[in-house]
Design a protein around this ligand. Structure first.
Ligand code: SF4
Length: 505
């Protein structure tokens, strides 16, 4: 069956403004051969075939390990068995643009047209002998959209950030993702209903009306322990929430009943908040999915109004000692209506001084028509960056810009677009805004402040926040690495940024 004739419940549901429900299944690891590994998944796919309440199965990309099976091939088989168009997740980790293009072509040939494009969490075991690159989700979205207007594209957003820089950056990047081609957004996993509310409101305030779906997880005590022990990028389980789950673990079924009730209430609550749908994960069998659907019906029947459902949610998040469970860190930030980016404070003195100095240098040496550019351009534009003189210039560039900005000699300098903070000092090399992995403003890799915080602070003080939201910065081409970016700049081979249009919705 071709993609065009396979029913796409997500597309239809979003168009009809019906609450969409999708079930996320982790694509299996490669330690078992493909046919054997996907067998349970195909059983599930057959079972959801005739259940109109389930719009799609979503397949993760390398969520279990760096070597999970291919979600495109898995998605194709799930589509055949379920008769429904799946959502195929595609992560940019350890990938570049040509991988995306090849994968989209493969997917197209297999009749798949719906994708969640993310940057992905960090590679667990980096391969030796070569650098690991990450394709920014914004670049992936723009490339996929350029390839076809017919694809149904989703992007991720995490409202579960509690410091100004990381939080506002998430919303700015969400806007950029919509502008780059996302048809709808999917939140990170979380349990903070105020944040779900905030995300919907902030995006609306900024003129983004693309549908928003919530990613929800069946949170059992065992799963909570595991997440707190090994971590799940961007997901916060507070001590309070973990304590509540331990109290639930003492119940006769080990806390599963509470977990289903909480997931059901959360599903109903995000529907109350105007979300377009929910993607539920942690349900591995069809009976579990049916149990959740039954629980949602029961919760809606027993708590017939949004306020009653909120009350039931609060009761479910109360400790045995009567104290309310705090699902957010203490003193976490919630944006007030209309307040995005307008809080006091901006760049620190040193950051600001650095920005001003770099900006002056850029305007004197590199901007078209500048005095320095008039001298340098005629010489450098004739130079081959890989020639002996080119390599000498590369060494000079490294010697100057290394200590100044942590230059990695990518050969494709994007500093003027990122407030002169080198995007290559981000371990994922992201230029279009942060990934979803920050916690308390700290990078997912745990060894530095997220570099996009500084970009945000400086841009805010310079009045350039719109630049972060509207400008598409291209990724470094494979051929540019370890060459002098000055030569590329004057040869007209440097980065060409694009101002993105508004929401397509
Ligand atoms: S610096 Fe920021 S964007 Fe880069 S990996 Fe760390 S958290 Fe993600």
């Amino acid at each position: 069956m071709s993609g065009a004739s396979r029913p796409n419940g997500v597309r239809q549901g979003l168009a009809a403004r019906r609450f969409v429900l999708t079930v996320e299944i982790a694509t299996p690891r490669t330690r078992e051969p493909f046919e054997q590994a996907i067998r349970p998944l195909l059983v599930l796919a057959r079972e959801v075939r005739d259940d109109p309440r389930i719009d799609a199965v979503a397949l993760t990309d390398r969520s279990r390990s760096d070597q999970d099976h291919d979600p495109i091939l898995t998605g194709h088989r799930v589509a055949e068995e379920s008769g429904k168009m799946p959502i195929v997740h595609w992560a940019g980790k350890d990938r570049i643009l040509r991988h995306l293009e090849a994968d989209l072509q493969r997917a197209e040939a297999l009749g798949l047209d719906t994708f969640l494009l993310v940057t992905g969490d960090k590679v667990r075991q980096p391969p030796g002998g070569r650098p690991v690159r990450y394709l920014d989700s914004v670049n992936a979205l723009a490339a996929a959209r350029q390839r076809s207007q017919e694809l149904l594209l989703a992007a991720a957003v995490s409202p579960f950030k509690y410091r100004e820089e990381e939080l506002v950056n998430q919303y700015l990047k969400a806007g950029k993702k919509i502008r780059a081609g996302a048809d709808f957004l999917m939140t990170q996993i979380g349990w903070d209903l105020r944040k779900y509310e905030e995300a919907r409101r902030v995006l609306n305030e900024r003129g983004y009306h693309a549908p928003l779906m919530a990613e929800l997880l069946l949170l059992t005590p065992a799963r909570s322990r595991r997440i707190r022990r090994v971590g799940l990028a961007g997901v916060t389980i507070t001590g309070d929430l973990a304590q509540r789950l331990e109290e639930e673990a003492a119940s006769r079924d080990g806390g599963r009943g509470f977990a289903f009730r909480r997931l059901a209430l959360q599903t109903a609550s995000v529907r109350d908040l105007g979300y377009a749908g929910a993607q539920v994960s942690g349900l591995d069998t069809y009976p579990d999915i049916v149990r959740l659907l039954d629980e949602v019906e029961r919760a809606t029947r027993e708590c017939p109004t949004p306020e009653a459902r909120r009350q039931a949610w609060r009761e479910l998040l109360t400790l045995q000692n009567g104290r309310a469970v705090q699902v957010a860190p203490a003193h976490g930030l919630y944006l007030k209506p209309g307040a995005m980016g307008e809080r006091s404070g901006g760049a620190r003195a040193r950051e600001w001084a650095r920005f001003r100095i770099m900006d002056v240098i850029d305007h004197l040496l590199f901007k078209e028509g500048a005095a320095g550019a008039r001298v340098l351009a005629p010489v450098l534009r004739r130079l081959d960056a890989r020639s002996g003189v080119g390599r000498l210039l590369l060494r000079v560039e490294r010697a100057i810009k290394g200590p100044l900005v942590g230059c990695q000699t990518c050969g494709f300098c994007r500093l003027p677009e990122t407030a002169y903070v080198c995007p290559e000092t981000c371990p994922k090399g992201l230029a279009n805004g942060p990934c979803g992995g920050t916690k308390d403003n700290v990078c997912e890799f745990g060894d530095r402040e997220c570099i996009h915080n500084q970009i945000y602070r400086v841009s805010k003080r310079a009045g350039l926040l719109a630049h972060l939201e509207e400008t598409l910065i291209p990724p470094v081409p494979e051929t540019a690495w370890d060459s002098c970016s000055w030569v590329a700049h004057f040869r007209g081979e440097g980065p060409k940024v694009t101002r993105l249009p508004g929401d397509r919705a």
